[in-house]
Ligand binder design. Structure first.
Ligand SMILES: Cc1cc2nc3c(=O)[nH]c(=O)nc-3n(C[C@H](O)[C@H](O)[C@H](O)COP(=O)(O)OP(=O)(O)OC[C@H]3O[C@@H](n4cnc5c(N)ncnc54)[C@H](O)[C@@H]3O)c2cc1C
Length: 311
């Protein structure tokens, strides 16, 4: 990115642009090299101006939320990394006329667990599973985040998106292709918000369910160490990825300061200064061993972005 481009970004985003910002500061893994420019956009107009400019200049834009499903490589990210704030952190609530539930519009920058708590406090069912997920609404939609048989796709009515030309559209549920931990979107599509429909339920029963779910997470997941959640997708028709890794005897396997969690084999934890290259090395070793033992190809669930460091 040349000085003229940096000046354009500074003129438009002042303190909301950071150059050469280390991505480890913005991921739950605490791993990742520097990005050329990190921008925090606060309005749709700001995003529109940015995407149109970046497209004409040929700068790629990577949108991210809470960085809780990301492994950013040690060489960092070229181009622009975009984060959403302000307008995109709002929740709008609309009770349904017959009192059976509500429609909620949540900005893509809202934390899903905050949205889950918001619904729980109002006695609305369907989002308790989000309570331990550290992502944003945008990231949860893109990943079709889920747990214990429930997922984001279950309650969605529509999403609002912007493409690389600055066109904004609302896409209804029947036009959205959700699958296991995935929403298919055209390349470079940025989700701006999501509308969801929730049913009213017994508040105390919901509260008890939420407590049970959170307890289960605390028991099974290594929540005190940095990670990106489950590293591999569960292979269809097979045992869960974590079970296969555990049965292959890989719990506790280390490369540098990256380690296969001893608590949950599908988590890789960062014991301090782990590099992305350590995690990649571990991922490859796990894939090789699980394939040799069980003939199963484990595919990463974690989104790997950026470029390797030059040695
Ligand atoms: C401790 C822990 C527990 C977890 N538990 C679960 C779980 O139970 N279930 C589960 O499904 N996941 C879980 N995760 C993984 C992660 O939290 C989810 O995938 C989450 O939905 C990612 O959201 P994010 O905002 O952090 O997205 P990011 O990690 O920032 O981004 C993930 C992907 O989404 C894209 N994206 C982000 N925002 C937008 C947007 N506005 N528009 C378009 N694309 C966007 C990014 O480009 C990237 O490709 C866990 C992670 C951790 C660390």
């Amino acid at each position: 990115m040349n000085e003229t481009d940096k000046n354009w970004l500074t003129d438009h985003f002042s303190q909301h642009v950071l150059f050469d910002e280390p991505m480890w500061r913005h991921t739950t893994f605490r791993i990742g090299g520097p990005v050329d420019a990190m921008i925090t956009a606060r309005t749709e107009q700001e995003i529109r101006d940015l995407v149109v400019w970046a497209h004409t200049k040929g700068h790629p834009i990577m949108i991210f939320g809470a960085g809780s499903n990301l492994l950013v490589l040690d060489g960092g990210v070229r181009g622009i990394v975009l984060k959403l704030a302000d307008e995109f952190e709002a929740i709008h609530f609309m009770p349904r006329v017959n009192g059976t539930g509500a429609v909620i519009t949540a900005g893509a920058g809202v934390l899903v667990r905050q949205l889950g708590k918001y619904a729980l406090d109002r006695g609305l069912a369907g989002l308790n599973f989000t309570l331990g997920i550290p992502g944003t609404v945008g990231g949860a939609l893109r990943m079709n985040a889920g747990a214990w048989g429930e997922c984001v796709a279950d309650s969605i009515i529509s999403i609002r998106v912007i493409n690389r030309y600055g066109d904004i559209a609302d896409i209804s549920r029947d036009q959205l292709k959700f699958s296991y931990r995935r929403l298919d979107l055209e390349k470079d599509t940025i989700i701006l918000n999501g509308r969801i429909k929730l049913k009213r339920a017994d508040r105390e029963a919901l509260r008890q369910e939420a407590i049970r779910m959170q307890k289960r997470r605390r028991l099974n997941q290594p929540l005190s160490l940095p990670s990106a959640g489950s590293v591999f997708r569960n292979p269809p028709g097979q045992k869960a990825a974590g079970e296969l890794i555990d049965q292959a005897g890989l719990k506790g396997l280390r490369v540098g300061e990256a380690e296969v969690s001893t608590k949950h084999a599908n988590f890789i934890v960062n014991n301090g200064q782990a590099k992305a290259s350590d995690v990649i090395d571990l991922i490859r070793q796990i894939q090789k061993t699980v394939f040799e033992r069980f003939g199963v190809n484990l595919e990463p669930e974690v989104t790997i972005v950026g470029q390797e460091a030059h040695s």
